[in-house]
Design a protein around this ligand. Structure first.
Ligand SMILES: [Zn+2]
Length: 559
């Protein structure tokens, strides 16, 4: 077909563009009519293909009646024609309306389905993040921001409504709404905001496609009018961002710069990241006014803090029930863990310290369950990876001191002690101004307590410290690496589709959040003054007074 395309426009003033099975002739009507006739005859003589005239549309230039093409049996249009999944039009209002309507047609049903309570929250969230949020990127790239503003606003509102329903969120303040659309690596939920993406998407698409535009539409002549205005409006809005690529603000300079040297792929990501970086700084500034908020935000910068969000529920160790998933989401956002509960049973006011429930001194027994949940996950992983392991091992002669477990890795016995600590608790909040500051304190405490004794037996000791926000202490990561090495050496990796260490980290991250959920639920029940019926209350009755005083066996940062 390439030869036919080339020959069609050869002796005319027309240009052509062909993308897969779509073919466009661009030029003045009388010239386009000549090219069209040639195209029809070439198709007939060399391919035998028949032209479907009903499907061939013509967008007439302003002031043209299209007489030249009127007798060809083609569809003449003054306002717009469809093109490659979007439309070509000179009318901004037409484009705006078309985009909003198409988006509704394409997405509304899915938005409704996502709110169905029968779908697990974890699954619904993954669907939103992976398929809904990126779905309008093509339109944001191919239509300028003033045309996509309404589409983006409406789409974002629907995303927020869906997320509120899936995560059972209360009404969110602006700062929490901003956090929701941050990337997971920046403490958010990876739900891309169309409004924030619109400008980076369009301007980067322009910068990348400029060479084609340069030769195709204006043949090197500088553009004027609306296009320049739109570019300058967008580059002005994006000026001052910290990024490597320079975006010329002047429309003509932009045209020449990228017309000669088109931007490489990845520009949209670069600009979007710079925009999000700026937004993140705003969130940080707001958080700085409140010590616990700041500790939470710093905690969420740890790479591992978002692993429970990216865990696919393909394995029992990676699955989260709705209530756990929803409470974990609330804790990540730093919003009230229970709507309508104003203060903890211990009297602490929850409005300004919603995460108090994860470290309340009165919930020590449930914190022990959280600790055990993580420990049993580690033991389960040991089982799956064929690593020899034992739970609770005594290390002194009197039998008073014991660690949480013993793992044989690289031929050596390694004692571990699991701690789940809360960086937003009063005792840690200062140290937690630095990433993993709280975890580091706890690691040191545990090494002081056990290391000497363990070494006497020529064994290793690893304090396995995880922050409630999900951050993992350096020593914990070391144990995970060792478990991965063992799994590979034992050829016991059939349970995991990709990286073994990531699987283990995700399983631990999920266990921590499930544990947090248990603690929070118990705290909420007590705050509401209801008796807890079931396993937890039985265990609670057995907690020794001594333990209540010194804090939970595996937990830390009790207040
Ligand atoms: Zn309390």
């Amino acid at each position: 077909m390439v030869n036919i395309y080339n020959d069609t426009t050869k002796e005319t003033e027309c240009l052509f563009a062909a993308v897969q099975d779509d073919y466009y002739i661009i030029g003045p009507p009388e010239q386009a009519a000549v090219a069209w006739e040639k195209f029809c005859s070439l198709c007939k003589s060399s391919t035998g293909l028949k032209i479907n005239r009903n499907k061939t549309q013509i967008l007439l230039p302003t002031g043209s009646e299209g007489k030249e093409l009127a007798n060809e049996g083609l569809v003449l249009k003054r306002d717009w024609i469809p093109a490659l999944g979007t439309i070509l039009t000179r009318n901004d209002k037409t484009a705006e309306k078309w985009l909003v309507e198409e988006s509704r047609k394409k997405h509304d049903k899915m938005f409704e389905l996502l709110k169905d309570k029968k779908m697990p929250a974890q699954v619904a969230y993954i669907l939103v993040r992976m398929s809904m949020a990126p779905s309008i990127n093509f339109w944001l790239r191919t239509s300028n921001p003033s045309r996509t503003a309404k589409l983006a606003e409406e789409f974002d509102q629907k995303l927020l409504t869906a997320m509120t329903s899936i995560l059972d969120l209360p009404h969110l303040e602006e700062v929490a709404r901003k956090q929701l659309v941050m990337p997971i690596s920046k403490g958010g939920f990876g739900i891309r905001s169309a409004s924030l993406t619109a400008k980076p998407a369009w301007i980067s698409a322009m910068a990348q496609a400029m060479r084609a535009n340069y030769s195709l539409l204006l043949r090197g002549v500088h553009p004027t009018g609306k296009w320049v205005k739109n570019v300058e409006k967008t580059t002005n809005a994006l000026k001052g961002l910290k990024m490597k690529t320079h975006l010329p603000i002047d429309g003509k300079v932009f045209w020449d710069t990228f017309g000669l040297h088109p931007a490489e792929s990845g520009l949209q990501r670069e600009i979007t990241e710079a925009v999000l970086g700026e937004e993140q700084e705003k969130i940080y500034k707001q958080a700085e006014r409140n010590g616990t908020d700041y500790a939470r935000m710093v905690g969420l910068q740890c790479k591992e803090s978002g692993l429970w969000l990216t865990a696919m529920p393909i394995h029992t160790l990676l699955r989260m029930r709705d209530v756990s998933f929803q409470l974990a989401a609330r804790a990540r956002l730093g919003v009230s863990l229970a709507t309508g509960v104003k203060s903890c049973a211990c009297g602490v006011e929850l409005q300004s310290t919603p995460l108090h429930l994860l470290s309340c001194r009165h919930l020590v027994a449930t914190m022990n369950l959280r600790h055990n949940k993580v420990l049993s996950t580690l033991l389960a992983i040991a089982g799956m990876t064929l690593v020899t392991a034992r739970k609770e091992v005594t290390i002194d002669d009197e039998g008073r001191k014991r660690t949480d477990g013993l793992f044989v890795v690289k031929g050596k016995a390694t004692m571990i002690d699991v701690s789940i600590i809360c960086p937003t608790a009063k005792s840690y909040v200062k140290a937690a101004r630095k990433s993993l500051g709280a975890a580091l304190i706890r690691e040191k405490q545990k090494i002081d307590k056990y290391d000497k004794e363990v070494k006497k037996h020529e064994m290793d000791f690893i304090p396995f410290v995880i922050e409630t926000t999900g951050g993992m202490g350096g020593k914990a990561k070391r144990l995970i690496d060792q478990l991965m090495d063992e799994a590979l050496a034992n050829n016991a990796t059939s349970f995991v589709p990709d990286r073994v260490d990531l699987f283990i980290k995700r399983a631990v991250a999920v266990a921590v959040q499930i544990g947090n959920g248990m603690v929070a639920q118990e705290g909420i029940r007590r705050a509401r003054g209801r008796k807890w019926k079931g396993a937890i209350s039985e265990v609670r009755g057995k907690v020794k007074k001594k333990e209540r005083r010194r804090g939970p066996g595996g937990g830390g940062g009790v207040e």
